[in-house]
Design a protein around this ligand. Structure first.
Ligand SMILES: Nc1ncnc2c1ncn2[C@@H]1O[C@H](COP(=O)(O)OP(=O)(O)O)[C@@H](O)[C@H]1O
Ligand code: SF4
Ligand SMILES: [Mg+2]
Length: 338
C-alpha cells in the first residue's frame, strides 16, 4: 500500500550563538532532528516515542510547517492526495500549506488550555476551523461544529458549544480540540502528547475516544508520547527517537516483545509492569543524553551503551533490518559488526 505520509531524511537545526565576550567559538547549531525517515500508511497509527527533548515535537511541527522562523528544516515530506501524487510539504508555497493545514493534516497539542482562545466560545472556535477552509454561512459552520462536538462525545453539545474554555474541564477542553482537529476530516491527525496534561482517568477516556474515532473515520495518526504504556494502547507501529535520531522502528509487537536497540531495551526495563518486583527499584539507564549542540559523530547512545565497540564512536550507525519491517540503528547488537 502506498504511504499516506512519507518522511525522508528530515533534519531540523536551530542556530545557537556563542555568548559574546565569553565564547569566541563560531555560531553552533543545535541538531534537534537528524536524518529522520518513516512513513505511515492510510488508516495506520504510528507511535513516536522518546524521552523529553528527543525531537518529537520539533519533528511534528516540521510536518505541519509550524517551526519557528529561525529553524532550518531539510529533507522531504510527502503527503499523498486522492490521486496519490504526493505533495512535498517543505517546498510548498505558504498559501498552499495554509490550505492543507487544519484540513488535510491536523494536530492536537498537549496543553488544551493554551491551544484555545480563552475569550471565544468553544463552538465558535470549532466553527472558525470550518470557515477557514470552506465557503459557507456562519450558521452552517456552527452546525458542523456542534456535530463534531457530538462526535467527540461531548454531552449536550449544543449547549456546551456556547461555553467559554474556562467553563469546561481539562478533559472536555481536549475533546473540543479533537473536534476542531477532525471537523474537516483530515487525512492525517498528529496528536502530540494528547493526554500528558490530563489525570489518569481522563487520559483513559481520551485514548478510548481516539480509538473510536479511528475505527469510525479510518483515521491515520501520528501519535506522539514519552509514555510507552500509553503508546502501547493506541498504535500499530512504534518509532523510537533518541537525541534527535530514530533508533528503532517496528510493529508494536516487535518493539515490545523483542526490542533490538540497547536504548529501547533500557526504556522498556524502566517501565513498570504487573510482573515487576515492587520491592526493587526500577532499572534506569545510566548517564545522560548528549547535548544537541554537540551530538557525537558516531552513535548518539555510545556514551551510555554497555555493548559499545570502537567503531560505534566513529560513524553514525545505519539502520539494520533485524527482522522483516523491524529496524534498529545498531549494527553491533544485531550482528553486522562485532
Ligand atoms: N524554538 C527552539 N529554539 C531552539 N531550540 C529548540 C526550539 N524548540 C525546540 N528546541 C530544542 O529541540 C530539542 C527537541 O525538542 P522537542 O522536539 O520539543 O522534544 P520532545 O518533543 O521530544 O520533548 C530540544 O533540545 C529543544 O531544546
Ligand atoms: S551502535 Fe554501538 S554504541 Fe550504539 S547502541 Fe549499538 S552497540 Fe551501543
Ligand atoms: Mg514534545
Amino acid at each position: 500500500m502506498a504511504a499516506l505520509l512519507d518522511v525522508r531524511h528530515l533534519t531540523v537545526e536551530f542556530p545557537r550563538q556563542g555568548r559574546a565576550g565569553t565564547d569566541n567559538s563560531p555560531a553552533q547549531k543545535l541538531l534537534a532532528v537528524r536524518d529522520l525517515s518513516f512513513n505511515i500508511s492510510a488508516g495506520e497509527v504510528l507511535g513516536l516515542v522518546g524521552e523529553s527533548g528527543s525531537g518529537k515535537s520539533v519533528a511534528s511541527l516540521a510536518l505541519m510547517r509550524l517551526l519557528p522562523p529561525q529553524a532550518r528544516a531539510s529533507g522531504e515530506i510527502f503527503l499523498s492526495n486522492e490521486s496519490h501524487s504526493g505533495r512535498e510539504l517543505l517546498s510548498l508555497p505558504d498559501e498552499e500549506m495554509r490550505g492543507l493545514r487544519g484540513s488535510r493534516i491536523a494536530m492536537i497539542f498537549q496543553e488544551p488550555m493554551t491551544a484555545l482562545n480563552p475569550v471565544m466560545r468553544v463552538g465558535d472556535q470549532v466553527a472558525e476551523a470550518v470557515l477557514v477552509h470552506a465557503k459557507g454561512s456562519k450558521s452552517e459552520a456552527w452546525s458542523r461544529a456542534v456535530a463534531a462536538m457530538r462526535e467527540v462525545a461531548i454531552a449536550d453539545a449544543e449547549r456546551r458549544a456556547r461555553d467559554f474554555p474556562y467553563q469546561l474541564s481539562g478533559g472536555m477542553r481536549q475533546r473540543v480540540l479533537i473536534a476542531m482537529a477532525i471537523v474537516n476530516r483530515p487525512q492525517l491527525l498528529i496528536a502530540d502528547e494528547p493526554t500528558t496534561a490530563l489525570d489518569v482517568t481522563i487520559q483513559a477516556q481520551i485514548l478510548e475516544l481516539l480509538a473510536e474515532l479511528r475505527s469510525k473515520f479510518g483515521l491515520t495518526m501520528l501519535f506522539i508520547s514519552h509514555d510507552l504504556a500509553v503508546v502501547s494502547q493506541v498504535v500499530d507501529r512504534v518509532a523510537v527517537m533518541y537525541a534527535g535520531s530514530l533508533v528503532e522502528m517496528g510493529s508494536k509487537h516487535a518493539i515490545f516483545q523483542s526490542p533490538a536497540h540497547p536504548y529501547t531495551r533500557g526504556l522498556l526495563k524502566a517501565v513498570p509492569t504487573l510482573r515487576t518486583d515492587r520491592s526493587r527499584p526500577l532499572e534506569t539507564i545510566e548517564g545522560t543524553v548528549p547535548a544537541l549542540h554537540a551530538v557525537p559523530v558516531g552513535c548518539p547512545f555510545e556514551s551510555r551503551c554497555g555493548y559499545r565497540v570502537v567503531p560505534c564512536a566513529q560513524e553514525f550507525p545505519p539502520l539494520v533490518e533485524v527482522s522483516p519491517q523491524h529496524w534498529a540503528r545498531c549494527p553491533v547488537v544485531n550482528g553486522v559488526i562485532a
